[in-house]
Design a protein around this ligand. Structure first.
Ligand SMILES: NC(=O)c1ccc[n+]([C@@H]2O[C@H](COP(=O)([O-])OP(=O)(O)OC[C@H]3O[C@@H](n4cnc5c(N)ncnc54)[C@H](O)[C@@H]3O)[C@@H](O)[C@H]2O)c1
Length: 393
């Protein structure tokens, strides 16, 4: 249980006229009407896109909006990767139309990254764009998915699910990370969110923060006990990091120039992760074979692959891989995956990732001092060494 309440903390995503606040703290959903007032947004109506597993949180938000005189429509979605589809997007768009939502009237996305990505995508394209308020309810969505304006859906092509192949950049008008909602989040999902926090810590040096990784390692136990101040500090650190990167490269266009932190670096571990996520049979070693990897678990394993690939290329010393493995073990995250195919198949799946450019594989790999860089067409043997590090029974 999350003990005593803490004061909200705010991080500003500094994007000129598209800038917004990310507010972190308990009980924030009920404050949405006042915050809309403060932003001079007084809509006649709002439309909630809610994850079916957070009915309570969505109800609290709905009641507070209705009490302040705002008409509220609601649609509920079941958050699964196959269901993060164009078909679900179409249903949300139809509901928005049926509720006669007009320009300027916000979509309020309440749920994990799947709900945020779909709700945000619907807001980006409905009537050529209405505002979106992101209300993340998983740790992963609080520290990553809700911040930065990437929205989207998966595409089923043949027998593979291509992750986030369609989407739009659509910055939220506000992000409310109500930490009270984490009270119902299952442990496995909470731990999966820690993988993205570790990723941010591993990149801290890119913005001169070399203490981030040490803080993460020293506070893992407190975070796992869900001590309110440790969880709030973790979210705050991660969001502050992501917000700074997004503010410097909103549309992921920055070249990999020394001294410039491109948004592409946030893909650390993700090309490996996406390859695993497209496979039907991959699961965390030690779990039943029918227990597919969660996104955060795939990212955890991808971070290890990236460190070992980097070591095999001689970009970093061999100590980072074991350090990441220790951090993952402390978090209760997997360090091995079962059900992986041979290296050739994995390499071809990596080639299908949307981060590939001109047919060449582009991998983000860690470099010394908690930094990273993009490596184009890395040696195949080094990538194979990365995969070998996580292959389990
Ligand atoms: N847009 C971005 O920048 C970005 C960044 C990272 C990840 N993502 C996307 O986010 C998705 C993963 O997000 P996620 O890990 O939040 O997963 P998710 O949305 O699938 O949620 C995980 C599970 O937790 C349930 N859940 C959510 N909140 C809950 C709560 N408070 N209590 C109980 N159950 C709850 C959901 O119903 C679901 O079963 C992926 O599709 C990924 O591609 C997007």
């Amino acid at each position: 249980m999350m003990p005593a309440d803490t004061q909200p903390r705010t991080v500003r995503v500094d994007l000129a006229d598209r800038g917004y606040d990310v507010v972190i703290g308990p009980g924030l959903l009920e404050t949405l009407p006042q915050r809309l007032d403060a932003m001079v947004m007084r809509p006649r109506a709002a439309f909630i896109v809610a994850d079916a597993n957070v009915a309570d949180a969505s109800g609290r938000c709905r009641e507070s909006l209705e009490r302040s005189g705002i008409a509220v429509g609601v649609t509920t979605i079941h958050a699964t990767e196959p269901g993060k589809s164009i078909a679900t997007l179409a249903e949300i768009l139809r509901s928005l139309g049926e509720a006669r939502i007009e320009r300027g009237e916000p979509v309020v996305a309440i749920g994990g990254g799947i709900t945020g990505d779909l709700g945000g995508f619907a807001a980006a394209v409905y009537r050529r764009g209405v505002p979106v308020i992101q209300c993340p309810t998983t740790l992963l969505a609080m520290v990553d998915a809700s911040v930065g304006g990437k929205t989207g859906a998966n595409l089923a092509i043949g027998d593979t699910l291509q992750k986030n192949m369609v989407g739009a950049f659509h910055q939220p008008s506000l992000v409310l990370a109500d930490t009270r909602t984490l009270g119902t989040l299952p442990d496995r999902e909470f731990k999966a969110g820690l993988a993205e926090c570790l990723k941010h810590a591993l990149l801290g040096g890119c913005l001169g923060d070399t203490d981030h990784l040490g803080w993460f390692e020293s506070n893992t136990e407190r975070v796992l006990r869900r001590e309110a101040d440790a969880v709030a500090e973790l979210i705050h650190r991660s969001v502050a990091f992501k917000a700074a990167v997004v503010a410097g490269d909103e549309f992921e266009l920055a070249e990999d120039t020394p001294g410039r932190v491109g948004r592409a670096l946030l893909n650390l571990g993700h090309t490996f992760a996406h390859a695993m996520e497209t496979l039907k049979g991959a699961s965390p070693a030690g779990r039943p074979a029918d227990s597919p990897l969660l996104h955060g678990e795939a990212v955890a394993l991808g971070l290890l692959c990236a460190a070992e690939t980097s070591a095999a290329l001689g970009l970093i010393d061999r100590g980072l891989g074991p350090r990441i493995a220790r951090a993952l073990e402390a978090c209760g995250l997997p360090t091995r995956a079962a059900g992986l195919p041979d290296a050739m198949r994995l390499l071809s799946l990596m080639g299908a990732d949307k981060k590939t450019s001109g047919g060449r594989l582009r991998l983000v790999l860690p470099t010394p001092g908690c930094t990273a860089r993009v490596v184009v067409s890395p040696e195949v043997s080094a990538v194979e060494a990365g995969w070998a590090a996580i292959k389990g029974a």
